[in-house]
Ligand binder design. Structure first.
Ligand code: C5P
Length: 401
């Protein structure tokens, strides 16, 4: 999403200015070409050289305003920008933008750009709650400026409360969201992710190698595209994208309850989770002791959540995943019809670059009307968007039919 995009990153004078360095790193890593503008006060906290080195672009400062005006021109930068981000944004700079004051390189560029602007405020809690500040933020929001609210914490001024700059990852996510298509506005999408754990006793469980990466990529992409996202996740080592509603579950039974309980709210449900098909018939209350040479476990079937969703009278659009180790087409087509789902994302997990625990995936999509779409090897983030493209066009078809 950020690849080859021109991003203007405004850094203003707060103790959190050093966190903009991390944000810059995230933006450049995602392929953005970042042009940093620092206010005079920001330079008291971090040197322009740090940003210049990491962005590989000259840093624009108030001091060089006149030279920059001649050589580059704030209008040129404003025109070229695909996105503006101000992090951290002080009460002062927000007040100036709200009042239409453009008296330095940053405020001039922000006033002159037609690109979306993301503002991440950071300030003393009393400034943040001051009605004058509140009016300024409300006014900018009304005019389409996007805000990443500060978080609660110990502030540099000694106070405790709202005012701490949001995490660089959260500002980064807001930046990607600002550049995304918003075709999912007003839709609620549920994504299930990760493995389930079926307990044998207090210390052991049956599970699988699912990392949750595909499901989390889908949740993130749907959120960027404007959806309200419910992420029902088994135990994984991933940070949920900020803003998604996380429902953490352990077993297939818990996932079943969570999904069925919220299915009615959703336009589409994407079941990327690797749900255990069987669980131990009994969970021992005490640790199972080592005894003979063999131990037999009795397993019973878990509820097939996807199939149950397929039987609902008013089912949302359903996307299932099929991880197979051969005969992809045969198994995927059978699953599509047996479970009564709208789309199956099938991958051959015996290939090392597709499926569990890797960042890439190679899948084939199967649809109810018999269509099959082969997708090239791509990152799970890219694949998430491809899947969402198909869901979006199918939803429009359904709405029009
Ligand atoms: O039949 P199979 O388990 O291969 O189907 C996989 C699909 O069904 C996945 O989308 C998975 O999330 C879903 N599933 C489920 N409940 C189960 C087992 C699988 O919803 N108990």
């Amino acid at each position: 999403m950020l690849k080859d995009k021109q991003v203007v990153l405004g850094v203003t004078g707060g103790i959190a200015a050093y966190k903009a360095v991390e944000l810059l790193r995230l933006l450049t890593k995602a392929g953005a070409n970042v042009h940093v503008i620092m206010t005079r006060a920001a330079q008291e906290f971090v040197t322009p050289l740090t940003f210049q080195t990491l962005s590989a672009n000259p840093v624009h400062t108030e001091l060089f305003n006149l030279i920059a005006e001649r050589e580059i021109g704030h209008i040129a930068l404003a025109d070229r920008a695909d996105l503006g981000v101000i992090a951290p944004a002080t009460a002062n700079v927000i007040g100036k933008i709200a009042a239409g004051i453009a008296d330095d390189m940053l405020t001039t560029t922000i006033m002159a750009t037609k690109a979306p602007v993301v503002i991440a405020p950071a300030m003393n809690v009393n400034m943040y709650t001051n009605p004058i500040y509140r009016d300024n933020e409300d006014k900018l929001r009304r005019h389409g400026y996007l805000f990443v609210p500060p978080v609660r914490g110990a502030l540099a001024c000694g106070w405790e409360g709202d005012g701490k700059l949001a995490a660089p990852e959260a500002v980064f996510e807001a930046a990607v969201a600002a550049l995304s298509r918003h075709d999912y506005n007003g839709q609620t999408i549920m994504v299930t992710a990760g493995p389930t754990r079926e307990e044998l006793d207090p210390v052991r469980f049956i599970s699988n190698h699912s990392s949750g990466k595909m499901g989390y990529a889908l949740a993130r992409a749907a959120q960027y595209r404007g959806a309200r996202v419910i992420l029902v996740s088994g135990p994984v080592n991933l940070t949920p994208p900020s803003g998604v509603e996380l429902v953490a579950v352990e077993s297939a039974g818990e996932m079943h309850a969570a999904v069925m309980g919220r299915a009615g709210e959703c336009t589409a449900i994407i079941k990327a989770a690797a749900v255990a098909d069987y669980r131990p018939a009994e969970r021992s209350g005490a640790k199972i002791k080592k005894k003979g040479a063999e131990l037999s476990l009795q397993l019973v079937k878990t509820p097939d959540i996807l199939a149950e969703l397929g039987r609902l009278a008013k089912a949302p659009f359903l996307v299932g995943f099929a991880a197979e180790t051969g005969k992809l087409s045969e198994f995927a087509t059978r699953k599509l019809h047996e479970k009564n789902v709208d789309m199956i994302v099938a991958n051959d997990v015996s290939q090392s670059d597709a499926g569990f625990n890797v960042d890439t995936n190679r899948v084939r999509l199967f649809f109810r009307d018999g269509r099959e779409v082969d997708c090239a090897l791509m990152t799970k983030d890219d694949l998430a968007n491809v899947i969402l493209d198909h869901v979006a066009s199918a939803l429009r078809l359904l709405q029009n039919s």
